[in-house]
Design a protein around this ligand. Structure first.
Ligand code: FE
Length: 162
């Protein structure tokens, strides 16, 4: 009986750990303290990127940006999204149906607000970008709903080839 209980408990703990498993692998060079981030970022950038806040809809710099180019992480400069996958979602936040590379973003379960959402983070610095929802357009069917203040846009002609 005791063994049975132990097995059940272990299984429960394991599935719990599984549910909270994150894909985030912050680069050691970008593991800064909250104080260091506060010094580097503006108040709004810190609120969204480090405290996981959300900018008000239709107030950000990029929700209606139709220019051709690349969106980078505002905190660490990693390239994240291409305007070729940006679309008009009508939400008031810049929305994309795919990242440039899945390696550059991390997805974590977010239990805030009493609902389970999928949080999108920059995989290099751990900055909060927004959330991903399953109601996007083809071909992925995903909607990466991001905060403008987490991003930095560069027009295509200014993008340096690496
Ligand atoms: Fe970053």
């Amino acid at each position: 009986m005791k063994t049975c209980l132990l097995v059940l408990l272990t299984a429960g703990l394991l599935s719990c750990a599984e549910a909270q498993k994150s894909t985030l692998k912050v680069d050691p060079e970008w593991e800064l303290s909250q104080e260091e981030w506060q010094e580097r970022l503006s108040e709004m950038e810190f609120y969204v990127l480090r405290l996981k806040g959300t900018e008000r809809a239709f107030t950000g710099e990029y929700w209606d940006n139709k220019e051709d180019g690349i969106y980078y992480c505002r905190a660490c400069g990693l390239e994240l999204f291409d305007s070729k996958t940006k679309y008009k979602s009508g939400t008031g936040w810049p929305s994309f149906w795919d990242p440039i590379s899945k390696k550059n973003i991390a997805i974590e379960k977010d239990y805030a607000m009493g609902i389970i959402r999928k949080e999108v983070l920059c995989d290099r610095c751990g900055g909060h970008l927004g959330h991903v929802f399953p109601d996007g357009p083809k071909p992925t069917g995903l909607r990466y709903c991001l905060n403008s203040v987490s991003l930095n846009f560069l027009p295509r002609e200014e993008v340096k080839e690496e």
